[in-house]
Design a protein around this ligand. Structure first.
Ligand SMILES: NC(=O)c1ccc[n+]([C@@H]2O[C@H](COP(=O)([O-])OP(=O)(O)OC[C@H]3O[C@@H](n4cnc5c(N)ncnc54)[C@H](O)[C@@H]3O)[C@@H](O)[C@H]2O)c1
Length: 308
């Protein structure tokens, strides 16, 4: 069995690659390394890596040469703020380039196209936890581009699974202004740096551990579940302030956080129901936030990210 992973050297993609390799599934990666790094998967067989940009390069050669059975499409423009400032570029990446990958999946008879959508497609929640029947009304271009892509996939005739991820966290997540709050807190707390919290910090988020995401991608390949849109989450709301307190205890961090103004495009509260994921995938794993944060701290200490 051979799986093509776009964005395979990224945060989520590298964990998905790890689990596939652990289960003796052959992996081929397309990645332009714009945000991913080779060090995320140090032992990867480089003959199976194609450093290509899905927006610009002809990626058909990879399909023709490798003839993958499955495609896990994770390469994307992932920044909400960027999507607001650069609407066209966001659409080119998350819609047009993704259609290109999808078309090739159709042409080369891929058995299943698995891709990453986002909680951002729902917009402002009408109720919590948000299930898959909740209306979709994105409030950012990122959410809109992900939703548009979903519609193209549904129409394509290619067997698919669309995962709508909540806030993913874990080892290898790069800390930047735009990355997840856990990665930012992690990096700042390690070096006893300054913690900024946008808004009052009472906004609710649903943090899902990256290995749960990798596991469900693996289950999606093994299982015959098909043509479904599925939330992947922890199904538990935690405020950013509570996250801060929990992490401060684990990291022995004592500085007071600084509150900044809210960011546009951010949804106030978001919790995704994972009932459907649990029903469809009996092996769905759901690491608690407490355990996930301890795993992350341990990964730091083992040199995955930076020394403690
Ligand atoms: N991290 C989260 O919390 C989260 C939540 C919901 C959805 N998602 C989605 O999951 C997917 C993976 O996200 P991530 O957090 O691992 O991001 P990431 O930036 O770590 O990974 C993206 C990978 O794609 C590669 N890439 C980007 N543009 C490319 C291009 N034009 N051509 C080839 N490769 C390209 C990058 O180099 C990187 O390796 C994305 O589709 C993202 O929208 C992530």
């Amino acid at each position: 069995m051979k799986v093509l992973i776009t964005g395979g050297f990224g945060f989520i993609g590298s964990h998905v690659t790890d689990i596939m390799l652990k289960n003796n599934i052959e992996v081929v990666i397309i990645d332009n390394l714009s945000s991913g790094t080779l060090s995320n998967i140090p032992k990867f067989d480089m003959t199976k890596f194609y450093q290509l940009d899905i927006a610009q390069d002809d990626i058909e050669c990879v399909f023709a040469k490798e003839k993958p059975d499955y495609c896990i499409h994770l390469a994307a423009q992932t920044s909400v703020a960027y999507s607001i400032l650069h609407t066209k570029e966001d659409a080119i990446m998350n819609i047009i380039s993704s259609i290109k990958v999808l078309d090739l999946c159709k042409k080369y008879n891929i058995k299943k196209f698995i891709t990453a959508s986002s909680a951002a497609v729902y917009g402002v929640p009408q109720y919590l936890p948000i299930d898959e029947e909740h209306p979709t009304k994105p409030i950012s271009n990122y959410g809109l581009s992900k939703l548009t892509m979903e519609k193209y996939i549904e129409l394509s005739g290619v067997p698919y699974i669309i995962f709508r991820f909540a806030n993913v966290y874990g080892p290898r997540q790069v800390s930047s202004k735009e990355s997840g709050v856990v990665a930012i807190f992690n990096d700042e707390m390690i070096k006893n740096g300054e913690i900024n919290i946008y808004g009052d910090g009472n906004q609710i988020r649903d943090f899902v551990y990256v290995e749960d995401i990798a596991n469900i991608c693996y289950e999606a390949i093994k299982d015959n579940v098909v043509n479904e849109i599925i939330n992947v989450s922890c199904n538990r709301g935690v405020s950013v302030n509570d996250l801060y307190i929990q992490m401060a205890q684990i990291y022995n961090y004592y500085r007071t956080p600084i509150h900044m103004s809210e960011r546009s495009g951010d949804i106030r509260d978001s919790v995704l129901s994972n009932k459907k994921a649990c029903e469809l995938f009996k092996n769905f794993t759901n690491v608690s936030l407490e355990q996930g944060l301890l795993n992350l701290k341990k990964a730091n200490c083992e040199g995955e990210i930076s020394p403690c």
